[in-house]
Design a protein around this ligand. Structure first.
Ligand code: ATP
Length: 333
């Protein structure tokens, strides 16, 4: 049997403290410090003979919002399902809040709040009943959470009558209801209107300020950039790169693009070519495209101001996490 511990000496030492089976939760809580809430080493999962998670390592530090990003079918949902003890890995070590999700799912479940990609409730269940049903002795005030997510008026509505966005928000309420230590959100804002999306982001930021650890699966790169301290980019069951969103952008999408029109003036174009950081200058008719490092934006801007009226059609494309991910997943396998 493949046993990943032997492949990763020293891992156990950095893991979240393994709780004594007899120890109460309070003792467990006190032992919590700035350490890893989730540690995964060498995770492997196959469906039939198809390997969809292939030797994956992942860390989620306490109090951080960590984003899992990547192409469709990269294995993100499978990974978070293994972390929650909903799927049994074929190999690897997982420690979540000090527990092994394979053998200690019962102990772990009350500490995790999750909003899963394909969550569903019975159509006739009312919003208020769902809150009562899912609340445990650790539950916070369900009414306050419903109000925070704009569902206070829908308390008596049946689940089946809610819009897609209202359902998403209800799942978020249920995920947060029992004051979880770790919140797992899979495609959190899918189907939400822009205002609801911003409300949900504000709620996630509030969770972060309160010290809750969040693992977020998302296809929305603006969401990952807005919320996550760290992102993990996956393709075909493996981690391609991980780090702060800005670092991934620097590593994989360092090119800024500036476009503007100017009269045919070869001398000026030569000056553009000589500006700091410029890698490429193209001209198509009156339209000029300049590519280079991010500081090029400032240098070209300053030059345009010096040369006269700033071209009315000036546009700037600042590299984003989306560019970085596209370059990463489109890169060599
Ligand atoms: P997406 O971004 O599209 O939600 P993902 O990164 O979350 O994808 P997974 O849902 O983990 O990826 O799926 C990884 C691969 O495993 C996919 O090719 C999927 O079709 C397959 N898969 C997922 N669940 C099962 C299952 N229960 N049985 C068989 N194959 C599965």
């Amino acid at each position: 049997m493949h046993f990943a511990l032997s492949l990763h000496p020293g891992v156990e030492a950095e893991l979240y403290p393994w709780p004594d089976a007899r120890a109460g939760r309070d003792r467990h809580d006190r032992s919590m410090n700035k350490t890893q809430v989730v540690t995964v080493r060498g995770l492997r999962k196959a469906y039939g003979n198809r390997v969809v998670v292939d030797g994956l390592d992942l860390d989620v530090p306490a109090g951080e919002i960590v984003g899992l990003i990547g192409a469709n079918g990269a294995g993100k949902t499978t990974t978070v399902e293994c972390i929650q003890g909903l799927r049994k890995p074929d190999a690897g070590i997982l420690r979540v809040l000090g527990y092994d999700p394979v053998t200690q799912a019962e102990e772990l479940r009350p500490l995790i709040g999750s909003q899963l990609q394909h969550s569903a409730l019975p159509d006739r269940l009312r919003v208020g009943e769902a809150v009562d049903l899912f609340g445990t002795s650790r539950a916070c005030h369900g009414g306050e959470l419903l109000a925070r997510f704009g569902l206070a008026e829908r308390r008596r509505s049946a689940f089946g009558s809610l819009s897609g966005g209202e359902r998403q928000r209800l799942f978020l309420v249920l995920a947060l209801l029992n004051r979880p230590r770790l919140v797992i959100l899979d495609e959190l804002t899918q189907g939400l209107d822009p205002a609801a999306r911003r409300n949900v982001w504000a709620a996630v930021r509030q969770l972060h300020e309160e010290g809750t650890t969040v693992l977020l699966v998302t296809h929305e790169m603006d969401e990952a950039e807005a919320l996550c301290g760290q992102v993990i980019a996956m393709r075909a069951g493996r981690v391609l790169d991980a780090g702060a969103p800005a670092d991934l952008v620097d590593r994989h999408a360092g090119t800024a693009t500036i476009r503007f029109s100017m009269p045919d003036a070869p001398a000026l174009l030569d000056q553009v070519r000589r500006l700091d950081g410029v890698r490429e200058v193209e001209r198509a008719g009156a339209r000029v495209t300049v590519r280079g490092t991010r500081p090029v934006i400032a240098h070209v801007g300053a030059a345009l101001v010096r040369w006269g009226p700033v071209p009315a059609d000036l546009t700037v494309h600042v590299p984003s996490l989306e560019d970085a991910l596209l370059n990463l997943v489109g890169g060599p396998r």
